[in-house]
Design a protein around this ligand. Structure first.
Ligand code: FES
Length: 234
């Protein structure tokens, strides 16, 4: 963002927070149809054309602080498990066993040295998802373990927020966030934004438990900014 743009946005924010009524001539908008929030058909369209292609917050880094710690993320309709490897990196895999598709972890959160499917105990490495062991492996004619790794999901962390992206061709997270990340990181010119980040941190856990309709709703973002209005406008 240029200094001019920042100044203009700051002026507009001051104006927005100071006014007590709609601007003169402001139109009356119709209510958003309730289907936008509850329609399965609309959700399917979003999932197909939007949520499989963008970075989405799956949790906080501190949800899995130590090697082997994991948590699941199912909000996008494709079950995932995010696990911290022995090298300290967080990675995401589809929570789907490469034997017969059972979940490799069933708890929402936990810690494990291997990701072991409870169905027939195929076990996967926490660092790269490769298939480590198969009970009675001798009976699986033609099994090539290297071809049965857990499928990976793009995963990147920014400011403690863990993002996933199902599109292997997606641009890196920081590139996708663009000026948002820079502005949120920048002191002190953007005094409002550290407040916004703190607000998000403080409420992140409860927000994760809400439905996709709330976590992805623009009103949440507006709410985040309004909630820190005391720091947003000096
Ligand atoms: S489905 Fe996972 S081990 Fe068989």
């Amino acid at each position: 963002m240029t200094p001019e743009l920042v100044a203009r946005l700051t002026d507009e924010m001051r104006y927005e927070y100071s006014r007590t009524a709609p601007p003169a001539g402001f139109p009356r908008f119709p209510d958003i149809p309730v289907g936008r929030f509850v329609s399965d058909e609309f959700w399917d369209l979003e999932r197909r054309h939007l949520w499989t292609k963008v970075w989405v917050i799956a949790g906080r880094s501190e949800d899995a602080p130590n090697p082997g710690d994991f948590f699941t993320f199912d909000d996008l309709g494709s079950p995932m498990v995010l696990v911290r490897g022995n090298d300290g990196e967080l990675r995401a895999f589809y929570n789907t066993c490469q034997h017969r598709g059972a979940p490799v972890v069933r708890d929402a959160k936990g810690s494990a040295r291997l990701l072991r499917c409870q169905y027939h105990s195929w076990s996967y490495d926490i660092d790269d998802g490769h298939l480590v062991s198969v009970p009675d492996e001798r009976d699986f004619v033609g099994l090539v373990k290297e071809e049965r790794c857990l499928a990976t999901v793009r995963c990147e962390v920014w400011d403690g927020w863990v993002f996933v992206n199902q599109d292997p061709q997606a641009v890196p997270l920081l590139e996708w966030l663009g000026p948002v990340a820079r502005e949120l990181d920048a002191p002190p010119r953007c005094a409002p934004w550290p407040g916004a980040a703190r607000w998000c941190r403080a409420t992140g856990r409860s927000r994760r438990r809400r439905s996709w309709r709330c976590t992805t709703s623009g009103t949440s973002i507006v709410g985040a900014v309004r909630a820190c209005s005391t720091t947003a406008v000096p």
